[in-house]
Write a protein that binds this ligand. Structure first.
Ligand code: SF4
Length: 300
């Protein structure tokens, strides 16, 4: 049984040491069509549970070995908030980790349970998924337990955001022919404007999925991302051969004014000449750099 994995370096959350809260089998209240795990009937709770002591022991050993990481990431073969001792675990880890941050990668359903809702308030960075803001599509993609009410979940996510002192990242995964259209993205934009997360990450399938569904092209992802104008957007995956464009200073200022651009955007989109202008704007204070849940964004 392997509880800890990594550390792995990701564009989304820096260097992360993973903790698998369901190491023995998939235990999830969703059965997403794009899941990289095997298909499995959604469940309400875990029936195979690892002890808090075992997890804490392994984390302690990693710390003693001096393994470097920025985030301890609570994840699972399934939904980590189904772990029944999450509160005790978070408490024990916080005492152990001192200044290192805890991140949880949840499908968002934790907000529907008041006890889990409160537990997540103690975590530094919370990632929720939201693949659709339209109930029919949400159930088609995520194959959630029928009792999960999407509009209530969105409402609770917004409530969570109001109380939460940490950073909330939302994630949208785009599946060809299901949520890859403007109607879906306009509805998502509306939901995100109510939730007001720190940033939203948009990606598509890049591993073999549980069901026969397909990814969308990089181009389409970029077009859909333009529908999201209420929150900084990160497209974590970029092709290296993306065309580099020359922008004038005015064009760059307008771009930063319209939407924050991640370091990755700058790296992938801009010509060397434009990058120099960005550097100059940054040094003069016309453009600022902000850290949004571990990812640096330029903004005016
Ligand atoms: S929420 Fe995550 S683990 Fe659960 S089915 Fe969806 S992708 Fe798989």
């Amino acid at each position: 049984m392997k509880i800890l994995f990594g550390p792995v370096s990701s564009r989304r959350f820096g260097l992360s040491l993973g903790v698998d809260l369901s190491p023995l089998k998939k235990q999830c209240n969703f059965d997403c069509v794009y899941c990289e795990l095997v298909r499995a009937k959604p469940v309400r709770m875990q029936d195979e549970v690892v002890s808090v002591e075992q997890i804490v022991k392994e984390v302690k050993e990693a710390l003693q070995k001096g393994i470097a990481f920025d985030y301890l990431t609570l994840t699972a073969n399934g939904e980590p908030s189904l772990y029944p001792h999450l509160k005790e675990l978070v408490y024990a880890l916080k005492t152990l980790l001192h200044k290192k941050k805890i991140l949880i990668l949840s499908n968002g359903t934790a907000v529907l349970d008041q006890f889990k809702f409160k537990t997540l308030l103690d975590i530094d960075v919370v990632k929720f998924s939201l693949d659709s803001a339209i109930s029919k599509t949400f159930h088609r993609i995520d194959k959630a337990l029928r009792s999960i009410d999407l509009s209530l979940m969105i409402e609770k996510m917004a409530e969570f955001r109001m109380e939460f002192k940490g950073e909330l990242v939302m994630e949208i995964l785009v599946v060809a022919g299901i949520n890859d259209n403007e109607i879906e993205f306009n509805a998502l934009n509306e939901a995100l404007s109510v939730i007001a997360p720190t940033r939203v990450d948009i990606s598509t399938i890049d591993r073999p999925p549980a069901y026969p569904v397909k990814a969308v092209s990089e181009e389409r992802l970029k077009e859909l991302a333009l529908c999201i104008d209420c929150v900084p957007v990160l497209l974590p995956k970029r092709y290296l051969n993306e065309q580099k464009i020359d922008f004038t200073e005015d064009e760059l200022l307008k771009m930063f004014h319209l939407r924050p651009q991640s370091e990755l955007d700058i790296e992938m989109k801009l010509s060397p000449k434009s990058k120099k202008i960005v550097q100059k704007l940054f040094e003069s204070g016309a453009v600022k750099m902000v850290d949004l849940a571990g990812v640096k964004f330029y903004r005016v």
